[in-house]
Every structure is written in structure tokens, then in C-alpha cells.
Design a protein around this ligand. Sequence first.
Ligand code: NDP
Ligand code: ZN
Length: 186
Amino acid sequence: MNIVHFLSALEFAAEKHKNQKRKDAEASPYINHPIAVAKILAGEGGVTDESLLIAAILHDTVEDTATTSEELLARFGADVAALVGEVTDDKSLPKERRKELQIINAPHKSARAKQLKIADKISNIRDIVSSPPAEWSMARKRGYLHWTNQVVEGCRGMNELLDRLFDVTLTEAGVSLASGGVEKGQ
Ligand code: NDP
Ligand code: ZN
């Protein structure tokens, strides 16, 4: 793992996401999320693969900013660009179709893309518990947990640590939502 390569990706993603916020009430800087995903892979999933950790940092650049796949290819190489491509939704499709396709396509992704998707979902579940999108009802949070579990069904078996971490995170999120009980929309 070359730390300069990793930091170059972090610098690139921070610049690309600089005007973007997460959906929580505080409108946190978007870059917090890719950092969290890379940290889950390395710190909790035992991942040391440089391309995978760099792809985690870059995973939402093509989907959510003006970044192109060609740009990633030129700067970070074919391996990283292909990995990011595997976890990038086609934004020209309606949202419901995109969500359906994530479930359908997950089992056909590479082993590394599956791990990245699980880490992404773990990060988003944690956010839904600790800093949820403003105005999300309990039903919507629960809907997200249900959908995310369906996507992860197709990503299992590549990294036991991540599989278990996802299960624990999902279970704890369910308990936390149930005990919260004061969310909007209920
Ligand atoms: P969205 O896809 O609109 O929002 C979730 C996505 O937003 C995450 O995957 C994440 O994507 C990003 N995100 C940014 N900030 C946060 C944050 N603070 N916490 C969590 N995620 C964040 O969700 P949906 O509209 O699809 O709603 C979720 C589910 O709820 C649906 O699957 C549906 O079944 C159900 N539902 C939806 C309703 C609706 O009105 N749409 C109503 C009731 C239920 P990334 O990693 O790419 O940043
Ligand atoms: Zn993400």
C-alpha cells in the first residue's frame, strides 16, 4: 500500500466533492462518507488491497460529481477505474429502477466490488442511525435497511469480517430505530 497513491485519491475526491453535502441535518461534508467506507474496509474488514482502498475513496465521484471514468483511468489506472465503474449506478435510469438493478446485479460483481458495496452499505446504515437524512420518516429508514439487506445478499461470501459486520450493523440499527420511537413521520 503506497500512502502517496492513497492520499492522491483522497485529495482528488475531496476536490470533486467539495461543494457536496451529506443529507443529514448538519449537512456534513460529503467526503466524510468515502473516508468512512475506506476505513471500514481497512480497519474493520482487514483489507490491504491498494486498488480497493483507493476505489473506496473514489467510489461516489463518477455517480455524484462531474468526474468521468476516463479521468479515473488516466489518474489512477484501469484497476481502480473498473472497480469504481462496478459500483456506479446509471443515473439516466429512474431511481426505483436503479435500486432494483443494484439487487439484481450485485451477485455478478467482482469479489472486490462486492466488498466495497458492503462497506458502503455499512457506512450508510451507520449514518441513518447516527445522522439520518433530515425529514426521513421511520418507514423510510426501515425501507432503506430492508433494501440494503437485499443488495448485500448478493455480495456475501468474499470477506467474512465484512459479512459479519454488516449483520451486526443491520441488527443494531433495527434495535436502535425501534427504541428511538420519536422519529418524524410516525
Ligand atoms: P435515497 O437513495 O434517496 O437515499 C439514500 C442514499 O443517500 C444513501 O444510499 C447514500 O448514498 C446517500 N446519503 C447521503 N447522506 C446520507 C445520510 N446522512 N444517511 C444515509 N444515506 C445518505 O433513499 P430512498 O429514497 O431510496 O429511500 C430509502 C428506502 O426507503 C427506499 O429503498 C424505499 O424502499 C423506502 N422508502 C422511500 C420513500 C421515498 O419517499 N422515497 C418513502 C418510504 C420508504 P451514497 O452512498 O451514494 O452517498
Ligand atoms: Zn457511497
